[in-house]
Design a protein around this ligand. Structure first.
Ligand code: HT7
Ligand code: ZN
Length: 842
């Protein structure tokens, strides 16, 4: 298998003016007819008259070029046509079988409804085409289907014709085929309108299965908030008369930004107080925003080639993070995002799938929709924002749209716009795109009492010298800022000197996590404790607490537990029991974050050799110490916060619930199951119900099964809640391979629905102590082998569980290697899984 290399990019020899498609959908086959007007690319100086079109698993019925039979041949993965003129019309008819397509890629069915997923290369499974993002065309789509069976027939753009059983859609904005979408089926519709800043009325439509229609209100409101935020913060308006969202149960990822016709995993649309948690609400809003924001960053300005994926994804993730930060609590959002980055992306950077934010090669592009491209990509954009400030960043965005609206461009084009608009040199900054791995930086400071200077020595330990902003503050002993700002780090070694420091300051480094690095500082234990209590940067309050928890778990002798716990007690008491807190709103969520121990997954990264059992035991020990010390306080806080309040999604209410529920969690571990069961019965929202269920399943107790059964009977008809039901059991400390096999026999388990696979198998693979053994691996491997045929994209995702095998203890390492070899040996291994395994075994 030959990888595709970024360096091999060449222009397309032919481009496309217009694409006219006709879909004739039946239960046994779909006939696709295309009429495409091609022209020679004026930018290409090659003299070729041959056109290669991508096409996979297509049955060709007929082909005409300018109404005549062309000189063509079917080749592997496509079609080659020879002796072409500089301009011509190609007409093709082919047959496909969405009813048999389990890969959820191309045209497929979900609950009997037809829908598409074309990014990155799904369109070639629909018809022969130039399936590359730099070929943009105006699309017209005719859809025909049995009008008794299918009432809704949708595609991108505006509806220009509708006569019984058929529709015609015209999308005036040229787009690459990965943004094409088609949906046919039966749906209920939620409709609303949005008036843009310049007064255009946009019709907003959300299509869901009929029984879910009462769960669309939140998504609609979130969509309107996304439109409004995009106008306010970025000055960008929507450009069509209609914006549609369709929710389907069977989807490989979260959602897809097809022009004017987003297709969503139901998980990111359907919401009601009774069925989703606080976090789910905020995540749903973020994904709705993310797909909407792609309309400018991704659709109007798209990627030249797939190596540039982070151009649209990194930037759009940054934008959706800002959206959530502006609408909710900025510091909490930052803590959550950095936690994800450090737990998952940093781990990816240490794994066999380590790659650049702008990868150099791929075998299967779908393997590169990764945390590195998305989350690290977003961190890079955040650094650009930090350097330029909001005004400078927006100037750069305007220049980017002015230059490239309607184009397919590169990451360099984006950075150049930022640079030109601000006269800022980003040359050295480009290492962020050309070096993989997480930069390691150390920082040492020295206070001189005599000359009142505070000297800071910064050292980079990477091969290259990264250019990044280091946000900081120097605090006096009341937490007041003596100095603050941004240090520009660019050399291997740099010294910064602060004069006139009358007292020795406590430095607060890397505030808000201003760069995606691993920073080692010389902060003392006492300074960290001080920062947990007094840093005005909430992120650093949390981060210092995390560092202290980490030390307490992994090297307990390295810190004074009593002093640390005294500080935690003060944080808890000051804020809640004597009423002296200044900013209650933020603090409850923040305290919950501070009380949350680093996850096992995060702890694994700190180990040279991953010992899942040791990490688990050490973490459990600290949980028990916390309970021993704080049980009474948790009880008091829980009773104080556990008062009936109508559900609201305000920061205050979210904070109340978060803190109450972490107290409940610790209390349940200490044996207070009755309390958890009471909450389970009386909860007025899914957030509190789930929290109590999680508390009840921490160990075997008399309430656990009653609660689980009750939960099942209450929600068995709700697919989304059933995912929670499965995942909570797969993550439980009592789960084992046998209990997972039982779950897989459940009538609601399905191999063909990724959400269900994620909730059972995905969750179990992160249940480290119970999953990491020979039986656990064999179970996973058999599932991967099955998915290799039916859904290789999800198969590859699950195979990635083994990406860290080399870092495990010898026995588990050997067992995982065996699994990789076993999968490699199967017949017809998909490119998706092959690429993951090849990298792992290299
Ligand atoms: N741009 C979308 C990517 C996506 C996707 C990629 C491969 C296979 C299935 C997929 N579904 C969606 C999602 C996004 O980032 O907005
Ligand atoms: Zn995206």
């Amino acid at each position: 298998l030959q990888p595709i290399y970024r360096k091999d990019y060449t222009l397309s020899e032919y481009l496309i003016h217009t694409t006219e498609l006709e879909f004739d959908l039946t239960e046994t086959q779909t006939i696709v007819t295309s009429k495409i007007s091609f022209y020679k690319n004026p930018k290409s100086n090659k003299k070729t008259n041959i056109l290669f079109l991508d096409g996979i698993d297509l049955e060709l019925i007929s082909i005409l070029v300018d109404k005549a039979k062309p000189d063509y041949k079917l080749v592997e993965q496509g079609l080659e046509i020879n002796n072409l003129a500089d301009e011509f019309i190609l007409e093709i008819k082919n047959c496909i079988h969405p009813e048999k397509n389990t890969s959820l890629y191309g045209l497929y069915q979900s609950n009997g409804n037809f829908c598409t997923q074309c990014e990155a290369h799904g369109f070639r499974q629909i018809t022969y085409y130039l399936d590359r993002p730099d070929v943009l065309s105006v699309f017209t789509t005719h859809i025909k289907a049995d009008k008794q069976k299918y009432l809704v027939l949708l595609s991108n753009g505006n509806l220009i014709k509708q006569i019984n059983g058929s529709t015609t859609w015209h999308d005036p904005t040229p787009k690459p085929c990965y943004l094409f979408a088609l949906v046919v089926g039966n749906f209920a519709l939620k409709e609303d309108t949005y008036i843009t800043l310049s007064g255009n009325e946009v019709t907003l439509k959300i299509y869901v299965q009929a029984h879910n229609i009462n769960k669309t209100q939140f998504a609609m409101a979130a969509l309107k908030r996304s439109f409004a935020w995009e106008e306010k913060r970025f000055g960008l308006e929507y450009d069509l008369d209609i914006y549609m969202i369709v929710a389907v149960d069977d989807f490989n990822m979260g959602a897809m930004e097809n022009k004017g016709l987003n297709i969503f995993n139901t998980t990111y649309v359907l919401a009601s107080i009774d069925t989703v948690t606080d976090k789910d609400f905020i995540d749903i809003e973020a994904v709705i925003g993310h797909e909407y924001f792609h309309n400018w960053t991704g659709n109007r300005v798209t990627c030249r080639d797939w190596f540039q994926l982070s151009l649209k994804e990194g930037l759009t993730v940054f934008r959706d993070q800002e959206f959530t930060s502006d609408l909710h609590t900025r510091s909490i959002k930052r803590i959550e995002d950095v936690n994800t980055l450090r737990t998952l992306q940093f781990a990816e950077d240490m794994s066999s799938m380590q790659h650049l934010v702008r990868p150099e090669h791929y075998i299967e592009m779908n393997n590169f929709y990764t945390l590195t491209v998305y989350e690290k990509g977003a961190e890079i954009i955040r650094m650009v924002h930090t350097f330029l400030g909001e005004v400078g960043f927006q100037k750069g965005m305007q220049l980017y749209f002015q230059r490239f609206d309607g184009d397919a461009v590169t990451i360099d084009d984006f950075i150049q716009s930022m640079s030109d608009a601000n006269n800022f040199d980003f040359d050295q900054f480009m290492y962020w795109y050309s070096q993989s791995g997480t930069p390691e930086v150390s920082i040492v400071s020295d206070y001189n009492h005599n000359d009142k200077t505070f000297k800071v020595f910064i050292r980079q330990h990477s091969q290259c010298d990264y250019f990044f902003p280091l946000r900081f503050a120097l605090l006096d002993d009341t937490g007041t800022k003596l100095e603050s700002g941004i240090l520009t780090v660019k050399d291997k070694e740099q010294i910064f000197i602060f004069n006139n420091m009358d007292v020795e300051p406590t430095p607060s480094w890397l505030r808000g996590f201003s760069a995606p690095i691993k920073l080692k500082s010389d902060l003392t234990f006492k300074q960290k404790i001080f920062l947990v209590r007094h840093d005005s940067d909430a992120f650093n309050q949390w981060d210092n607490a995390q560092q202290l928890w980490l030390s307490l778990i992994l090297i307990p002798s390295s810190i004074n537990q009593d002093l640390f716990f005294d500080a935690i007690e003060k944080v808890l008491k000051n804020t809640f029991l004597d009423g002296s807190c200044v900013s209650l709103v933020q603090d409850k969520s923040l305290i919950c974050e501070i009380l949350t121990l680093p996850s096992e997954q995060f702890l694994h990264q700190q180990q040279e050799i991953i010992d899942v059992f040791e990490v688990h035991d050490k973490r459990e020990k600290v949980i028990n110490k916390i309970i021993e010390r704080f049980k009474l306080l948790f009880s008091k806080i829980y009773s104080k916060l556990n008062i009936y309040q109508p559900y609201e999604l305000t920061p205050e209410a979210v904070g109340n619930r978060a803190l109450k529920n972490i107290c409940l969690y610790y209390l349940a571990i200490s044996g207070e199951f009755e309390l958890a069961f009471e909450q389970f019965k009386s909860a007025n929202c899914m957030n509190d119900k789930m929290a109590s269920l999680k508390a009840l399943i921490v160990s075997d107790n008399s309430y656990k099964n009653i609660a689980l059964d009750g939960f099942y009977h209450e929600f068995k008809n709700d697919t989304q809640v059933m995912d929670k039901y499965f995942s909570i059991q797969s993550s439980a400390s009592t789960a084992n391979v046998e209990s997972i096999k039982v779950l897989m026999q459940h009538k609601l388990f399905s191999f063909n629905t990724p959400n269900r696979l994620r909730s059972v198998i995905g969750s179990f693979s992160q249940n480290y102590v119970n999953f990491h053994n020979q039986q656990g691996y064999e179970l996973l491997t058999n599932i991967i082998i099955k998915l290799n045929q039916s859904n290789p994209q999800i198969g590859a995702k699950l195979t990635s569980v083994y990406n860290h095998w080399q870092r495990f203890t010898p026995k588990l390492k050997a067992l995982q290697k065996q699994q990789l070899e076993k999968i490699l040996a199967i017949e017809n291994l998909s490119n998706n899984i092959f690429e993951i395994i090849q990298a792992a075994l290299k």
